[in-house]
Design a protein around this ligand. Structure first.
Ligand code: ADP
Ligand code: MG
Length: 316
């Protein structure tokens, strides 16, 4: 199988951990991996067929599958490439539609809420901000987030109405068109959350993330610690439902501890897995590639009910 991994060119000399790991595991599975940057692609939309994608100015054969790893940095251009590849019959995992949805933090929460999944109460900011309404609907402290972002950048805890008013004034003076959401602060376990990996309708494992600098943000990329976390049927079901609602084949589901329940923080379409592999020993790279192989060979994921039935009938 030929697999393209769509990934922005690294700013430094070092290749991202995820790409190195995917290359390593691909060798054992007989997959030819090619890392392709969106900047290398020219897209020609016409009635013509598979020759509408050029790479570095040259017509190329299309791969069997494409793994986008651009996550929340997926811009219009990258989405256009994904849509074209889908149209040309390339298996795109995750799909353009699902990546576009999860990139927008409010839209993805809207979808989760429509599917009756637990999320923190969330509000879209309209300038000038009605602070009394925020106090009434969201409460303080509240979490302020830019609509698009990752690595915990653009996520701030606002402790009281006075500081909140100042922060809103600052944002409005910088860019009034900036889309910002406000979220109920889920503070049962400060600076801790869970990352659950879901691939092809199966949960790979869970990791407890804890910030190490006193921040309320648990992102590993900000120096957070990762430890394996035991799965439970409730946890698995919730993570699977989130991935299914957002139509993601591959998902990093982030959950907040909300008393004795969970609240969904966000779902990532191309989560990093350096911290997860190190903390849990789970081979995420291999699971991702095996899923790509399955998809490219036309075997859709087997529904869990059928899987359980097949397993039961082979063991008896
Ligand atoms: N509503 C919330 N209540 C408590 N903590 C939160 C909340 N939202 C986010 N966090 C913390 O902040 C971190 C970053 O927020 P997140 O929305 O996931 O942004 P990013 O996409 O940048 O990772 C989360 O991993 C979590 O630890
Ligand atoms: Mg996050």
């Amino acid at each position: 199988m030929d697999l393209w991994i769509l990934q922005k060119r690294p700013s430094g000399l070092l290749e991202p951990y995820e790409l190195t790991r995917l290359r390593e595991e691909a060798r054992g599975l007989g997959i030819r991996v090619d890392a392709v940057a969106p900047e290398e692609i020219d897209l020609i939309v016409s009635r013509g067929g598979r020759r509408s994608i050029r790479r570095c100015g040259i017509e190329v054969d299309l791969p069997d599958a494409l793994l986008p790893r651009t996550g929340s940095a997926t811009d219009y251009f990258s989405l256009a490439i994904l849509r074209q590849m889908e149209h040309l019959g390339v298996e795109v995992i995750n799909s353009s539609q699902s990546i576009e949805a999860v990139k927008d933090k409010l839209y993805s929460l809207q979808i989760l809420a429509q599917n009756n999944l637990p999320i923190p109460r969330t509000m879209l900011v309209r300038f000038p901000v009605d602070v009394d309404l925020v106090a009434q609907q969201i409460g303080f402290p509240c979490v302020v987030k830019l609509l698009v972002g990752s690595y915990g950048e653009g996520v701030v805890l606002s402790r009281d109405p006075g500081g909140f008013r100042d922060l809103m004034e600052l944002i409005a003076s910088l860019d009034r068109s900036q889309a910002v959401i406000l979220q109920q602060y889920i503070g049962s376990r400060v600076g801790q959350d869970l990352r659950v990996w879901v691939i092809g309708g199966r949960v790979l494992g869970a990791m407890l993330r804890s910030s190490t600098d006193g921040s309320f943000k648990a992102n590993i990329s900000r120096g957070g610690d990762g430890h394996p976390y035991p799965l439970s049927p409730e946890l698995e079901q919730l993570a699977l439902s989130c991935a299914a609602a957002l139509n993601l084949d591959i998902a990093g589901v982030d959950l907040l501890f909300d008393d004795d329940q969970y609240s969904v923080c966000e779902v990532n379409s191309a989560a990093g897995f350096a911290g997860f592999e190190a903390a849990t020993g789970v081979n995420v790279a291999r699971a991702v590639l095996e899923h790509c192989l399955e998809r490219a060979s036309g075997d859709g994921p087997i529904p869990s009910v059928l899987k359980a039935f097949l397993e039961a009938s082979t063991t008896t």
